[in-house]
Design a protein around this ligand. Structure first.
Ligand code: CTP
Length: 422
């Protein structure tokens, strides 16, 4: 699991409807070679704090067995409408709808998609979906010719028009050897879509800008000035915002972590803009800023760029005794955009600081110097480019907190809650 995806939710973070107190996801598995990948989903959602129940269609059991899911802790695991000694409820077709907060069918076969589109109740999984009032996510997997068929496309369109979330199949070689779109999507997308379906959308309608990663300032044809930022904190924040329903625009420096591409999640695109230099990041962020409601500036922007020597490779023979470099200042993206906030409904601004001196004084100083609403600081001595962090947070209302060492996705989740409360 990538560091920035390793969220862990408490029960109160999850959508708890009147009859759906348990943070549980229900996973439907259809007949496809991709059925074995569903086992990883169970583990990943459990690690994120969810219980997982499973329904295996008869065709899926040619590929994976109920015992594999049970051994991972999935419960209940349904395999038949009646006479299944594994489950105690007399209502296996109703129980997931009563207790799970979202249903994800991954892989979803053409046959099951057809049943769902028709509202057919002739198989257990289709019945459970009919009796499910919560969000439904489909991650289809099938041969590319089947996926392209107008009948399948019409069924999928009908399900999407009813509010079902589609994680489209990926492009590549399928198990049958054909090249095309048909294999189940990247598992990270299915994992995230399941989480998003289960979590409250308290930030629906909010547009958020996130800057992340290092910038790279080119000096000659092969050399550049940069830093060790990984962009994990920014990627975690982008995902935390997106999971809660915000429209996220992530301006990413070089080497930043994977995020879903806009076309991977057609129902809820996350927009990524890849930039290289501080000036490119400034230009991309400035273009977006007037339309945003919040800005989270995590990028480790180079404050200075070496004055470029040109596109050619600088040769050793050009400076046998060494040489001096001259650096020119770059724009301060956070400070400039915070100062140009809208008068009406001004954007909320979160800044960051990695410090080597007195952390609390530096955070308080930057909070005001940069006109941010809140500022998050950490000590370089605790490590740079790590998967977890200890942060000190301060806001303009005078609230200050020091948090213990936490994984970055957990910090991101808390920070988004804080920002939303301002
Ligand atoms: N920042 C920015 N543009 C810059 C420099 C910094 O947007 N050119 C943002 C960072 O994304 C961060 C905050 O400003 O949110 C603080 O960055 P930091 O590097 O800690 O502070 P600096 O202003 O660069 O000051 P110094 O390096 O002297 O500590």
């Amino acid at each position: 699991m990538d560091t920035h995806l390793a969220f862990h939710f408490a029960p109160e973070d999850c959508a708890a409807g009147e009859t759906k107190a348990a943070p549980r996801l229900h996973l439907g598995v259809c007949g496809s070679i991709a059925a074995y990948r569903a086992l990883d989903l169970v583990r990943q959602w459990q690690d994120a704090g969810f219980g997982v129940s499973v329904t295996l269609t008869p065709a899926s059991m040619d590929f994976v067995g109920a015992l594999s899911f049970e051994a991972l802790g999935a419960s209940p695991v349904y395999t038949a409408m009646s006479g299944d000694a594994r489950v105690s409820t007399p209502f296996p077709h109703l129980e997931p709808g009563q207790n799970a907060c979202a249903m994800i069918i991954a892989p979803a076969s053409a046959a099951t998609i057809s049943r769902l589109a028709q509202g057919a109740a002739d198989a257990l999984l289709a019945c459970q979906a009919l009796a499910f009032r919560g969000p439904l996510v489909l991650a289809p997997a099938m041969n590319p010719a089947m996926w392209e068929h107008p009948a399948v496309q019409a069924n999928v369109a009908r399900l999407c028009s009813r509010g079902c979330t589609l994680v489209p199949p990926g492009l590549g070689r399928t198990a049958c050897g054909e090249l095309g779109r048909g294999r189940m999507a990247d598992l990270r997308l299915v994992y995230l879509a399941g989480l998003r379906a289960a979590l409250p959308k308290d930030l629906a309608g909010v547009k958020a800008l996130v800057t992340l990663g290092p910038t790279r300032e080119q000096w000659d044809g092969v050399r550049f000035w940069t830093n060790a930022s990984t962009g994990v904190m920014g990627a975690s924040l982008a995902l935390a915002l997106w999971l809660r329903g915000a429209e996220v625009h992530a301006v990413c420096g070089p080497g930043t972590p994977w995020l879903p591409a806009a076309e991977d999640m057609p129902d809820a695109p996350l927009y990524r803009y890849s930039v290289t230099s501080a000036r490119e990041m400034f230009a991309a962020a400035s273009d977006l800023w007037p339309e945003m409601d919040a800005g989270l500036f995590t990028a480790a922007v180079a404050d200075y760029s070496p004055v470029p020597n040109g596109p050619e490779k600088f040769k050793k023979s050009d400076a046998p005794d060494g040489f001096d470099l001259h650096f020119a200042p770059n724009p301060d993206i956070l400070k400039t955009l915070a100062a140009s906030r809208r008068q009406v409904r001004p954007q909320k601004v979160m800044g960051f600081a990695a410090e080597s001196g007195n952390l609390q004084d530096a955070v308080r100083g930057k909070l005001y110097a940069k006109q941010a609403d809140m500022l998050v600081g950490n000590l370089l001595s605790d490590g740079f480019a790590t998967s977890s962090d200890r942060v000190f947070v301060a806001d303009r209302m005078g609230r200050e907190e020091s948090w213990p060492q936490l994984p970055k996705p957990s910090i991101a989740w808390r920070l988004v809650s804080w920002l939303a409360s301002l």
